[in-house]
Ligand binder design. Structure first.
Ligand SMILES: Cc1ncc(COP(=O)(O)O)c(C=O)c1O
Length: 348
């Protein structure tokens, strides 16, 4: 299993502490989650029905008609290699971002595809031999964003047979670059998630936007009732609640700006980058930084390459203060450690 953020109980146990005392910024899930509401008894009692209004609510929210609900975009990420192999009749070559949500890599690797990596965008030579291209927009954890224009340019280089998968799990709130702004080509598929902006990661709801053929194939692979009745009900309410969406988008922008101001004072501003609901701080001693934060009961995400930490957004003033104090402690510890190393070197 791949390592992900959000393993708060595990980290708290390692340090014999109470998870409730920690500030968990290890994921990019919004700190403001759509409130839980009364779920009608029939959502528990009856089998989920496709005509229950979920798809209509999603069509309105995404402004796009061709959507398939899935149990989190993760479900689609895992199923797509098999679905595409069946469609093509062979295991081909997939282009993935070198750094990005690792579940994409895991899924294609398990399915036995040939994998090629690209840095920021695929090179022409790579494109010419790829059957599938995966784009994560914005990229978690690098924060790299692809503009609508850049995506159009990429699509113009693909033949009609080449498949493009765009993971837009973090697109909400600032969706100018969403591929759903215009009709998809027949071999472009877009993944969306209710886990991030709506703060409903536990609900396990996402959508795949794609034409009828892809939706039918994916649906057949995933099988019936992949989303529970209560998940469908709550997701429908969240997607329809425009007032909540606007209020939260505004609040998240304010919170993020406050957090960025603090982080730019603590770290070199060049090393701090953000996209959507997360902030990346590149640091040569990221591993130590991560450990010192844990000592202060602040859980951040140490990026797999160990060259950066990633922080989710703080949900209130108290969390901002807790984050600032923990990071200040970590920076002081690092400086002391580096100083004593320098002294030891001189003495030697
Ligand atoms: C870029 C990206 N895509 C997709 C997912 C999967 O999210 P979910 O299955 O909750 O929709 C994640 C989860 O962290 C992610 O970071």
């Amino acid at each position: 299993m791949l390592h992900h953020g959000g393993k708060l109980i595990q980290e708290a146990r390692k340090r014999n502490s109470d998870p409730k005392e920690w500030l968990d910024l290890s994921t990019g899930i919004s700190p403001i989650s759509y409130p839980s509401i009364d779920i009608p008894q029939q959502a528990w009692h009856r089998l989920p029905e496709e005509e229950d209004g979920l798809v209509a609510a999603a069509q309105q929210y995404y402004g796009y008609p061709d959507l398939l609900p899935v149990a989190g975009s993760q479900a689609a990420i895992m199923a797509l290699p098999r679905v595409i192999e069946t469609q093509l009749g062979y295991k081909g070559c997939v282009l993935l971002p070198q750094i990005g949500y690792q579940e994409h890599h895991g899924a294609w690797q398990r399915a036995g595809w040939r994998i090629e990596f690209y840095q920021h965008k695929p090179l022409n030579a790579q494109l010419s031999c790829a059957d599938v291209v995966v784009l994560i927009n914005p990229n978690n954890p690098t924060t790299v964003k692809h503009s609508g224009q850049a995506i159009a340019q990429l699509e113009s280089q693909l033949t009609t047979k080449q498949i493009l998968i765009i993971d837009e799990a973090f697109m909400d709130g600032d969706d100018d670059a969403s591929r759903l702004r215009s009709e998809l080509r027949s071999n472009t598929l877009v993944l969306r998630s209710l886990g991030k902006f709506f703060g409903l990661a536990g609900l396990r709801v996402g959508f795949v936007a794609a034409n009828e053929t892809w939706r039918a194939k994916l649906n057949a692979e995933l099988g019936p009732w992949t989303l529970s009745g209560p998940s469908r009900y709550l997701a429908t309410q969240a997607l329809l609640d425009q007032q909540w969406q606007h209020q939260v988008a505004t609040r998240l922008t304010e919170l993020k700006n406050e957090q960025l101001t603090i982080l730019m004072q603590l770290f070199s501003p060049d090393s701090v980058r953000s996209a959507s609901l997360f902030i990346r701080i590149e640091h040569p001693q990221s591993e130590a930084l991560y450990q010192y934060c844990c000592e202060q009961l602040l859980l951040v995400r140490l990026c797999d390459e160990k060259d950066a930490i990633r922080l989710g957004l703080c949900g209130d003033k108290q969390s901002l203060i807790q984050m600032q104090q923990a990071l200040q402690y970590a920076i002081d510890k690092l400086e002391k450690h580096n100083l004593s190393d320098a002294v030891t070197c001189r003495v030697e």
